[in-house]
Design a protein around this ligand. Sequence first.
Ligand code: PSU
Ligand code: MN
Length: 305
Amino acid sequence: MKQYITLAEEVRAAKEQGKPVVALESTIISHGMPYPQNVETARKVEQIIRDNGAVPATIAILDGQIKIGLSDDELEMFGKSSDVAKASRRDLAYLIATKKKGATTVAATMICAELAGINIFVTGGIGGAHRGAETTMDISADLEELAQTNVAVICAGAKSILDLGLTMEYLETKGVPVIGYQTDVLPAFYTRTSQFPVNFRADDVETVAATLKTKWDLNLKGGAVIANPIPEEHAMDEKTITDVIETALKEAEEKHIAGKDVTPFLLGKVKELTGGKSLESNIELVYNNAVVGAKIAVQFEAMKK
Ligand code: PSU
Ligand code: MN
């Protein structure tokens, strides 16, 4: 298995010295945000993680390798290139075997992080059960991955392009804990709240780290969602974002967008319709997740010793 994995020097040294490492995904760079904001954001997220005592490892598929940690040039390439495949669980083997470029989704990043011995992962939002999933069966592979792979995902909840109620039910069925960080309800990405309660509230990173350690000590396989609301000052107006999402969903239906193109299409539409305001919120919430995720990683690493 080792022949497929390349660790960046910074990550290799951190692992050797028992320093906390935080995984980061690359779909958010290649398919979630436009250039050049995507690359700027990716770089700043890495720096925030360092500033908070952990080492960042952005994960992607390149040259037949799972890269755990990207160089500056590689980050730039993933942000700029149009020939990068969106890589989820099903895509990994083919992309690696044929030496194609792949930007890892939450699901694929979890798989690669676990292979590299990294248990804490920071991103913006997770995929979930789409609206109408009860007939289309469009349910992100992210949820299945959370059910089986031992990586905690720090995110700002999930966008209401999804059916948040179905998403919570699915996670419950799969036994995935959804922990609200300083919140009682699931945040809806651009906004701090939704009508859905989280399973548990944690007011500090110690509680989160202790829960994760206990879960895995008990061999309770699978990940956890740590839902961290967007800071108030960067949150969007609820009515505005709801209207925009409705419009985006209608257009996706009219254009018969399907499969893995659904999420990137909706993200792009929302950005277009909000005149960039949603991108700004998106960037800020990722920064906020990076701070919390790095602190969780530091605490989790300390508890392991
Ligand atoms: N949600 C976002 N931004 C994103 C994604 C989701 O707000 O960039 C990306 C993540 O990489 C996630 C993927 O894992 O989309 C889910 O895609 P799908 O719904 O096709 O599984
Ligand atoms: Mn899908």
